[in-house]
Ligand binder design. Structure first.
Ligand SMILES: Nc1ncnc2c1ncn2[C@@H]1O[C@H](COP(=O)(O)OP(=O)(O)OP(=O)(O)O)[C@@H](O)[C@H]1O
Ligand SMILES: [Mg+2]
Length: 424
C-alpha cells in the first residue's frame, strides 16, 4: 500500500516558532503526527532580524516536533511568511481569439495564471519582489463578468481577475535560508493573512463575505473574502506586544510581569468591569506589593485596543467594502484579549467571533487556539494547493505533457492587447 503523504509547516512568529506535521489520510483528512513550539527571539514585527536566534528557535521547535513523530520523516516544509512588505493586489490577465469562439479548457486557465506571473516578472519582480500567490477570483467571458468556472464554456475572449500576493525578496529569502540552515527544504510559502483565514473561516463565511483579522504579537493581518476567494490582504506592523509594553510603562513593571498581568487581568473595555474589582501587583525590584483597581490597570489596554480597532477600520475602508454579511473573524493570540471582540462588534457595527482553527477530528485541544490559526491553515493550504509551487505558479505539468504556456497563447488564444506573448 502506498504511504500516505506527510505535510509539515512552520510558523516563525514574532512571539513563538510553531511547527506541525500531519499525515494526509485516504479520505483527504489530516491526522496530526506532531507539533513543536519554541519562543521566538529574533523576529520583529513578523520579520527575521537575528538569524542565529531564529535558527536556534526553529531547531528547538522542529526537535520537539520530531520527538512526537517517532521514526516518521519530516519531509519538506511549508512556511508561513509575514511582514508589512506583503502586499495583496488584484490584477487581471486576458486571452483572446479573434471572432471565433473556442471551448475553455483547464490548460487555458493555467495559461492565464502563468501569464499573470509572467506579467509580474516583466514588472521587475525578480530583483526585489517575489510573487507568492496568484489566486483566481473570477473570470469574464466575452464581457460577461463573474464566471467562476469557465471550463467547458465557449468564448472568444477570456479574462481572469486574480488576487496576487507579492513580497520583498530579501525577507522571504531569509526565511528560506534559516530553514535550509536547519536542514529543511522549503516546499512553499504562504502569506500569513491568507494562512490564518484558511485556518479559521468556514466555506459559508468566505462565500457570503467576511474579514479575517489575525492579531499577533507584532503584526495585524487582514484578509477579506467574497464569493469564496480573497480579494484583499495586508499586514500592518502593530500587535498585541504593544499592549504589554504600554502596560509595563504605565505600571512601571518588567515586561514579563506586564505580559502575565495582561493575560490574567487584561480587558479592552474597562468600563464593563465592576468598579470594586481589584488586582494585586506582585513586588518588583523597585516597588513593593500593591493593590489597584482592575479598571485602572486596563486603561492603557483600552487606549491601544482602540488604536488597533481604528487600524482594522482603515484596512476595511481600503478594501472598499460595501457590506460584510459574514462579519469579522478575529484570530491570532491577541484576539484572546477579553473585551476586544465586543469592542470590535460595537465599534464597527458588525458581528464578530473569535476563530480558533477549524479542523477534522483528532486535533489536540492545545492546538485549537487562535494563535495556531496560521500554522494549521497552512497545512490545509498545502494539501489544497499541492499541485502548485510555492510561488503560486502551476507546477511544470506542462513539462510532463509537452504543453507550454507560450504555445497556448498563440493557439487558439493570444494574450489580450499584448500581441504575441513571449515564452517564459
Ligand atoms: N489570553 C490572552 N489575552 C490577551 N493577549 C494574549 C492572550 N494570549 C496570548 N496573547 C497575546 O498574543 C500574542 C501572541 O499571538 P500570536 O502567537 O498569534 O503571535 P505571533 O504569531 O507570534 O506574532 P505575529 O503573527 O505578529 O508574527 C502575544 O502578544 C500575547 O501576549
Ligand atoms: Mg502569527
Amino acid at each position: 500500500m502506498a504511504r500516505e503523504p506527510i505535510y509539515a509547516v512552520i510558523d516563525i512568529g514574532t512571539s513563538k516558532i510553531v511547527s506541525v506535521v500531519a499525515r494526509l489520510g485516504a479520505e483527504g483528512e489530516l491526522k496530526p503526527l506532531g507539533m513543536g513550539s519554541a519562543p521566538s527571539l529574533g523576529v520583529q514585527q513578523g520579520i527575521i532580524d537575528d538569524f542565529s536566534e531564529v535558527k536556534e528557535g526553529v531547531r528547538a521547535s522542529l526537535d520537539e516536533c520530531l520527538r512526537y513523530m517517532g521514526r516518521n520523516p519530516l519531509g519538506n516544509i511549508h512556511a508561513v511568511v509575514n511582514g508589512e512588505h506583503l502586499v495583496g493586489i488584484n490584477s487581471s490577465e486576458g486571452l483572446q481569439h479573434g471572432s471565433e469562439s473556442v471551448t475553455v479548457t483547464e490548460n487555458h486557465l493555467r495559461s492565464l495564471i502563468s501569464g499573470a506571473a509572467g506579467s509580474l516578472s516583466e514588472q521587475g519582480e525578480s530583483k526585489s519582489q517575489q510573487t507568492l500567490h496568484i489566486i483566481p477570483m473570477r473570470y469574464k467571458l466575452d464581457g460577461v463578468d463573474g464566471v467562476r468556472n469557465p471550463t467547458g464554456l465557449h468564448t472568444s475572449e477570456l479574462q481572469l481577475e486574480a488576487h496576487v500576493v507579492r513580497g520583498s525578496s530579501i525577507p522571504l529569502g531569509n526565511t528560506v535560508r534559516v530553514l535550509q540552515a536547519c536542514k529543511v527544504q522549503v516546499d512553499g510559502m504562504v502569506s500569513h493573512p491568507l494562512a490564518s483565514a484558511e485556518g479559521v473561516l468556514t466555506a459559508d463565511e468566505r462565500e457570503m463575505g467576511v474579514a479575517c483579522v489575525d492579531i499577533g504579537a507584532g503584526t495585524v493581518k487582514v484578509s477579506v473574502y467574497r464569493g469564496g476567494t480573497p480579494f484583499y490582504s495586508s499586514v500592518v506592523a502593530m500587535g498585541s506586544n504593544q499592549l504589554t509594553r504600554d502596560l509595563a510603562v504605565s505600571l512601571r513593571v518588567p515586561y514579563q510581569m506586564a505580559e502575565e498581568l495582561k493575560i490574567e487581568h487584561g480587558h479592552a473595555l474597562p468600563d464593563d468591569l465592576p468598579p470594586e474589582e481589584d488586582v494585586v501587583l506582585p513586588p518588583t525590584q523597585t516597588q513593593s506589593r500593591r493593590t489597584m483597581q482592575r479598571r485602572e490597570l486596563c486603561e492603557p489596554l483600552y487606549l491601544r485596543s482602540l488604536q488597533i480597532l481604528k487600524l482594522i477600520h482603515e484596512e476595511l475602508c481600503n478594501a472598499e467594502l460595501t457590506e460584510l454579511p459574514g462579519g469579522i473573524v478575529l484570530t491570532g493570540g491577541g484576539a484572546k484579549m477579553r473585551g476586544f471582540a465586543d469592542m470590535t462588534s460595537r465599534g464597527l457595527r458588525t458581528q464578530v467571533r473569535v476563530g480558533a482553527p477549524l479542523w477534522y477530528a483528532g486535533l489536540p485541544e492545545s492546538l485549537r487556539q487562535p494563535e495556531y490559526a496560521a500554522a494549521l491553515g497552512t497545512l490545509q493550504w498545502a494539501v489544497k494547493h499541492r499541485h502548485l509551487t510555492d510561488r503560486g505558479r502551476v507546477r511544470p505539468e506542462s513539462e510532463k505533457s509537452g504543453w507550454s504556456p507560450g504555445s497556448l497563447f498563440r493557439r487558439p488564444f493570444a494574450r489580450a492587447g499584448a500581441g504575441e506573448p513571449k515564452d517564459d
